[in-house]
Design a protein around this ligand. Structure first.
Ligand code: UD1
Length: 342
């Protein structure tokens, strides 16, 4: 029996694949490299010394997807396929809803056809909109998303709730990620955003690298300790491990639909991140204070107690390690580009 991972060469997908392989699982990856590179497949093999099946397909293509289910005995699906750039989603709502929502629907429909009903969905803390309370518990109202990317996550969550209501032989985990950063400690896989990054950590690291001149800090007049936005940054390897725990839960628990926040429970400001990055890497990150960015909130961090109690999962890596591993990946990647045969 295998676990199907859609989007398995992407940032969070690839790190989760490594943890699945380390846990001894058989896996099948599908990806169309829309926002990732083929080399990631080799990097995963290098890290884990394990092999897996791979199909270069688009999960919107029902026939191709069915073929994967025909050729493999799939027991569960982890869905990382999806577009994730907030700004781009505002420009291209049709593409975002098509890829994220229709893609999920095709996937669920094919799963139903093959009687595979175990599903883990990558959601986001963005579904809380402007959260009612801090720290954010899973009980907080969801809605009020400010862009099609966030709304696509919200819609898929609703679809999953309706699906479970219609047929309670499904077994579903919805994982709401806070702010994933960092990279695998090997420096072999990490985040490689296309173009100019939107998210804080990739932006900071490109400034440190000298590819970008300075960081714009979006607002220093929030009601936070230093006035800049506060977020719950979570190391991507901790996040990946959360998926293994969620899968274990679905395996042993009676059928159900479960929702978990995956975060550390700690909030750090933009300037905390800048200073920590500078300290651990010994690089300068020049910045200037700019107006607030539309759609941003002051503070977001998780109450991770539910995941701790029910999944027996908690984060282990702090912001130093997040910064260190981000930098290690950048440096190693640069080396590989200079010496591609290394
Ligand atoms: C954003 C998305 C969220 C998505 C997440 C993925 C919005 C409103 N939310 O979250 O839907 O799931 O990314 O990780 O876009 N900042 C700067 N300068 C920068 C970039 C960011 O000051 O160049 C600040 C932001 O104002 C914020 C913090 O850094 O306070 C984190 O920003 P970012 O990494 O973009 O994540 P979120 O906005 O929390």
């Amino acid at each position: 029996m295998s676990i199907l991972v859609t989007g398995g060469t992407g940032y969070i997908g690839s790190h989760t694949v490594v943890e699945l392989l380390n846990a001894g699982k058989d896996i099948v990856i599908i990806d169309n490299f829309s926002n990732s590179k083929r080399e990631v497949l080799d990097q995963i093999k290098q890290i884990t010394k394990k092999d897996f099946k791979f199909y270069e397909i688009n999960y919107l293509d029902r026939e191709d997807l069915k073929n994967v289910f025909e050729e493999n005995k799939i027991e569960a699906v982890l869905n990382f396929a999806g577009y994730k750039a907030v700004g781009e989603s505002v420009e291209k709502p049709i593409e975002y809803y098509m890829n994220n929502v229709s893609g999920a629907l095709v996937l669920l429909d094919v799963m139903r056809e093959y009687k595979v009903k175990k599903f883990i969905f990558s959601s986001s803390a963005t579904v809380y909109g402007d959260p009612q309370t801090i720290p954010i518990t899973e009980e907080c109202t969801i809605g009020g998303t400010t862009n099609p990317y966030g709304t696509s996550k919200l819609y898929i969550e609703q679809i999953l709730q309706d699906l479970y209501k219609s047929d309670n032989s499904w077994d579903i985990a919805i994982l709401r990620y806070f702010n994933p950063v960092g990279a695998h400690e090997s420096g072999l896989i990490g985040e490689e955003p296309n173009g100019i990054p939107n998210n804080l950590m990739p932006y900071i690291s490109q400034v440190a690298e000298g590819r970008l001149k300075e960081l714009s800090v979006f607002g220093n007049d929030y009601s936070t300790p230093d006035g800049t936005g506060v977020r719950d940054y979570i190391h991507v390897v901790d996040l990946a491990k959360g998926h293994i725990k969620a899968l274990e839960k679905l395996d042993k628990e009676s059928k159900g639909i479960y929702t978990y926040n995956l975060g550390t429970g700690k909030g750090y400001s933009v300037l905390d991140m800048v200073k920590t990055f500078e300290r651990v890497t010994n690089k300068k990150v020049p910045y200037k204070i700019m107006p607030r960015r539309a759609g941003d909130i002051a503070t977001s961090y998780a109450d991770p107690q539910k995941a701790k109690q029910e999944l027996n999962w908690q984060t282990e890596k702090g912001i130093e390690e997040m910064c260190e591993d981000t930098w290690k990946f950048i440096v190693k990647n640069k080396d590989n580009k200079k010496h591609p045969n290394n």
